[in-house]
Structure formats: C-alpha cells, structure tokens
Ligand binder design. Sequence first.
Ligand SMILES: Nc1ncnc2c1ncn2[C@@H]1O[C@H](COP(=O)(O)OP(=O)(O)OP(=O)(O)O)[C@@H](O)[C@H]1O
Ligand SMILES: [Mg+2]
Length: 283
Amino acid sequence: MSIMIKAEGISKSFGEKRVLESIGLEIGSGEIFGLLGPSGAGKTTLIKILTGQLLQDGGSAEINGNDSRRLTGDERRRIGITMDDFGIYERLSCADNLKIFARIYGMTQKDVLDALEKVGLSEAQKTTAGKLSKGMKGRLKLARAFMTAPDILFLDEPASGLDPVSANEIHRLILSEKARGKTVFLTTHTMAEAEKLCDNIALLCDGRIVEYGSPAEICRRYDHQRMLKINLRDGRDIVIPHNKEAAVKVASLIEEGKTETIHTTEPDLETVFTEITGKELSA
Ligand SMILES: Nc1ncnc2c1ncn2[C@@H]1O[C@H](COP(=O)(O)OP(=O)(O)OP(=O)(O)O)[C@@H](O)[C@H]1O
Ligand SMILES: [Mg+2]
C-alpha cells in the first residue's frame, strides 16, 4: 500500500506558543484516518501544514511523495479540503459558491452540477447558501471538496454540530469516497464518529500525538479498564473491575441467587482519551 500523506518531525509555534511538536504520521492509500483532540489541540493547524496552506517551523510534510510546501496546481487539484474556519458565501447560491472555486481550479459548469448531485443538492443549486440547513451546508462544503475529483480529502470536522441524521448523511458520503479508493484525513471531537469511520486514529493533545492505532487496537491497549456490570434481581447495578477478585464476588452473588445479568464492558475511546490526557475530548 502506498503512503499518501506523510509527516515527519513537524513542529509549529505561534509566537511563544508551541502548537505542534514532532508530529509524525503515515497514512496509506484508501485509508480513513482520524485526528482527534480537544479544542486548541492543533488539528486545524496540522491540516493547514499538510495541505501547504501554512509553513511549518521544522520537519517535513508530503502529499503523495511531494513536499506540501511546493505543490503544483495539478497536485493541489488532487486534494479536496474543507476547513472548519473557511466557509461558505451566505449570499451566493449553492452553484455560485462552487463556481468561484471551479474558476480557480479550471473546472466546468458540469463539474459543479456533478458535485452538487453527488451530495444530494441538485435541487438546491439555486438556493442561497444562507437559507440552507446546517446539514445541507455541511454537504455543500463537501461538494466543494469533491468537485475536482480528488484522490485525497482533508475534512476538518465535517459533521461538527450536526444532528444525528445530517451527520449520518455526511458519514455515508465519506464512506462512499473510501469505497472509491480515496484517502481521507478527517478531524473530529467525537469518538463515536472516529470509531464508525476510521481505520486508524491519532490522539492529539497539547500538540503531541499521544496515541496511534486502529480504534479497536487502542481500546485493547487500555483493556485494564474493562469492567463487569452485574444487574441484581433487586434492580440494583454493581460495576466492578474485571479481575480475579471479581470472580469471587460474582461466584457468591450467583450462589445466593442474586444476579439477573452479567456483562463485561470494553473501555470506549472516550474513556481511553480521558485516561491518557486527563482531559475530556469534547471540552
Ligand atoms: N494564526 C494563528 N495565530 C496565532 N495562534 C494560532 C493561529 N492559528 C491557531 N492558533 C493557536 O494554535 C492552537 C491550535 O489551534 P487549532 O485551530 O489548530 O486547534 P484545533 O485542534 O483545530 O481546535 P478546534 O477543535 O477548536 O478546531 C490554538 O491555541 C490556537 O489559538
Ligand atoms: Mg480546528
């Protein structure tokens, strides 16, 4: 599998403030990679560096083997980007929003209409963007990223702030890009989103990657957090660590006929993140 996105030793400061420290990553072709971290962790900054929108202080970033600082127009067209902080022109129609970018990238009217169709916005092509629902705006941003038929997508919080139905719609679109062999780099605050979409994730905290792997691998690494949940016949629940001592306790409860059901609970990524960083992900 070829490496599509590569970072080595990337560091970045704004003034005195160090935002990224020795970031290294390799993302393979066809992979959905998720960068997770609380607000201010440096996620958007890293996307800007990887896509050549911002210069790093040290280290190297490559897209498909090409230095991110020197991407040609053609190489840029192979990358589709949505950022949380560059948005949509509210007073323009959906189609006109895309046409601005179509001109920059040398795309045609047909490319604009195809991109709107892909995200289910054909009928809204003449609607003013300001009148769109949040979910539709999310899809319009994706349409812009899809328009050049890129091989690599950088999606900065693509489903942030959306209701579950709209978020699912975005997830479906991202997964269908993966099914077409595209590589996706996304950022999120939501563990459930990462678990659903991502082959691999990295947890970013205070500018450093503190954990990396598939969601399942990471959870297994923190398996010591597994708990046993026992529902008692009297309606109470007991939650105890899943260890040798638990066996004695469970045996006596069963003997006394007190148990209704017994489950093991795997740690979820949210719990793992809190243990590693001491911070809540959504904070
Ligand atoms: N252009 C800039 N000038 C100065 N500081 C900046 C600039 N861009 C980002 N920062 C600072 O860098 C840190 C990381 O910001 P960044 O936007 O990358 O975080 P993030 O992980 O994307 O957060 P969020 O989840 O809120 O989008 C923050 O402390 C932010 O204030
Ligand atoms: Mg951000």
